[in-house]
Structure formats: C-alpha cells, structure tokens
Ligand binder design. Structure first.
Ligand SMILES: C[S@@+](CC[C@H](N)C(=O)[O-])C[C@H]1O[C@@H](n2cnc3c(N)ncnc32)[C@H](O)[C@@H]1O
Length: 334
C-alpha cells in the first residue's frame, strides 16, 4: 500500500536538507540503497523519484555540470527473487543497478560508501523471535498467542527489547556505511504515541490472522503445540520509542519524524482480497517455515479474508488514521 504524499515528502527533504555540497566536488557516482526492496514494483518508482529529486537539487544549486552518475543497490535476503526484480527494471532508468543480498541488520556496504538510504515497510521485521517467548519457564512465554497485542507485559517487553537491539544494529551498520551528511529515509508501520496498543490498526490485522490459526487448532487442523511455539517476528514501534533509540545510538540526527497515513479520508478502502494478498505476501514465509506441510495456507488465508470482510468498518476506521512512521535521519560527522 503506497503512502499518498511520500514522494513529495522525500523530495522536500532532499531539497531542504541533503548536503550535496559536502560531497559534490569529490563524488562522481552517488550511491543509493533500498533496504528490503522485495521484487517490485514499489522500489522502481521510489528509486527513480529519489534520483530525480537529487538531480533537481544539483540543478537548483547551480551545480548542473557536477550532476553525478547514480548507482542503486537493491538489498533484500539472498532468497529474494532478484531475477524478477532485475528483469522488470525500466530500460529508461537513470541509474546503474546492483543487488546486495543479506540482512540489513549487518554490514552490507563498504565504509563511507553510501550517500542515501531508503527503506520502506521492512524495518518492522525483527531479526528473530525473542527466545523467551517460547521458553516455558519464562514470564514472557507467549502460550496460546502469536503476537504481543493482548499478551502479558513481559511479552511486550521482550518484543520491544528485540526491536531495540535490531534497530541499534541497523543504525550502527548504516553509521559506518554512510558518508557524513548522508541521508536515510525510513518508512514503517507505526503506532502514534497517543494510540493505545488495543487500537493499533496493524495489530488488528495480525490478531485476526492469529484468531484464524487458533480456530484451526480448535478444529484439529494444526497442532496446539505448533501454535504455542509460533510468534510473528515483527514489531510496531512508536515515534517516541524510535526517537529514544536513535538518540541513544548517537550516530544520526533526526531531521524529521512523523506519523503518516496510507489512505486519505476520500480514498476507497482496499478490498478484503487486497488486504489478504498483502498480508499473505509478508506472513506466508514465516508461517510456512514454522508449520511446514501441516498447514493449509489457502485455508488459513481464506478464513482471514472472510474475517476481514466481516470487520471492514473497524479496519476502515483505523486505517484512515496515520499509522505509518516516516523518519528522516542525517549521518553526523565522525
Ligand atoms: C513488505 S516488503 C517491502 C517491500 C518494499 N520495500 C515496499 O515498500 O513495498 C518487506 C521486505 O523486507 C525484506 N526484509 C525483511 N527483513 C530484512 C532484513 N533483515 N534484511 C533484508 N531484507 C529484509 C523482506 O524480505 C521483504 O522483501
């Protein structure tokens, strides 16, 4: 699901804050990375837009003769279908392209080699499920649940601690890879500081999927033990939480941080099928890895689609509120 005015927000930040003068005299190739790019199509337009915004910035500063060439690194796990991604790249694109496989929670690029980092809808994925959630002796044992929305405090804390650890690894890796003044724009599902967890629109969707899994357990279609040991490896952060993590890391300044909406009040809500397809895209892999052949994924997502259709008013009400976190960070000097 796109964010309606994200392009103009990124354009504005590049125009206002990207310090091209600090690298224009020495840089003939500008390096941009999309972290968690998947297989398209969102990454194509995002990368093209960023390249065009940076070109405009050079022109507006009278540096036409110094407009660099652009090299875009498309990053995702090595299991990502990079062939599909690269076979649909436009022949008219204004950049060279390369794939960089691997987890963005580790170093992926050479020291001080990146000028711009973009990541959309990827940082909510944790590097792993916190171990305590499946430890029967831990207060954070998440028996009978697959997420933290209605779980005991210890479960919420275990998730939040894992997110903090991952975010710190992400920021440390990028701090080494970005040049001074390099910009990072990050978009991820979020929860505004004022919204209680019980009203988190993303969590509602995950909880609906969780209720389908529990229903299938009650019907004997999947084993209870498998559901007890399954937890979504994702986390929905708030601006306050992220601000604290960035400040603690000390490598970046926060240029901008705001909650944005995927839909305006006038937009049509996506259908239950579209919601199901999008959720299935992300969730299918961890579910399949955990449950193996035991689970009928079509059955699971059919149940989910029906539940979405039944709760459409609730989802619409919540989905039109700002529920994504958009953040712009600038790399500080060493
Ligand atoms: C929902 S897709 C987002 C795709 C695209 N960026 C967009 O905005 O539509 C999330 C992507 O992040 C990738 N991803 C999740 N964790 C990652 C990690 N640690 N390192 C690299 N990629 C990761 C997933 O493989 C997936 O392709």
């Amino acid at each position: 699901m796109g964010i309606s005015n994200l392009k103009s927000r990124i354009d504005e930040e590049i125009s206002r804050k990207l310090d091209i003068k600090s690298f224009s005299s020495t840089t003939t190739t500008l390096h941009i990375a999309d972290l968690g790019c998947s297989v398209g199509p969102e990454t194509y337009s995002a990368m093209q837009d960023i390249v065009e915004s940076i070109e405009l910035k050079y022109i507006s500063e009278g540096l036409n003769s110094q407009i660099p060439e652009f090299l875009v690194f498309f990053n995702d796990f090595s299991s990502n279908d990079f062939n599909t991604l690269f076979s649909a790249l436009s022949p008219n694109k204004k950049y060279f392209a390369a794939a960089v496989p691997g987890s963005f929670y580790q170093r992926l690029f050479a020291e001080r080699s990146l000028h711009f980092v973009y990541s959309s809808h990827s940082l909510q994925w944790l590097s792993k499920v916190p171990a305590d959630l499946v430890d029967q002796n831990s207060l954070a044992w998440n028996k009978g649940m697959v997420f933290y929305t209605n779980a005991p405090k210890a479960v919420v804390e275990a998730y939040s601690a894992q997110f903090a650890e991952d975010m710190d690894s992400f920021l440390c890796a990028r701090a080494e890879e970005l040049v001074r003044g390099g910009m990072m724009t990050l978009l991820m599902p979020g929860l505004s500081d004022e919204t209680p967890l019980s009203e988190c629109s993303h969590c509602m969707l995950y909880d609906l999927l969780g209720s389908c899994l529990l229903e299938m357990t009650q019907m004997g279609l999947v084993s209870e033990e498998k559901v007890d040991s399954f937890n979504y490896p994702m986390y929905i952060a708030s601006p306050k939480e992220l601000q604290g993590l960035v400040e603690k890391n000390k490598s970046f300044i926060i240029e901008s941080m705001e909650m944005v909406s995927p839909l305006t009040m006038e937009d049509e809500m996506p259908s239950a099928q579209v919601f199901t397809m999008q959720l299935r895209d992300g969730m299918q892999k961890p579910i399949k890895e955990h449950f193996g052949a035991e689970i009928d994924l079509d059955d699971l997502f059919d149940r989910f689609s029906k539940k979405i259709a039944d709760s459409s008013h609730l989802i619409e009400e919540n989905y039109k509120k700002p529920n994504h976190l958009f953040m712009v960070l600038l790399k500080l000097g060493d």
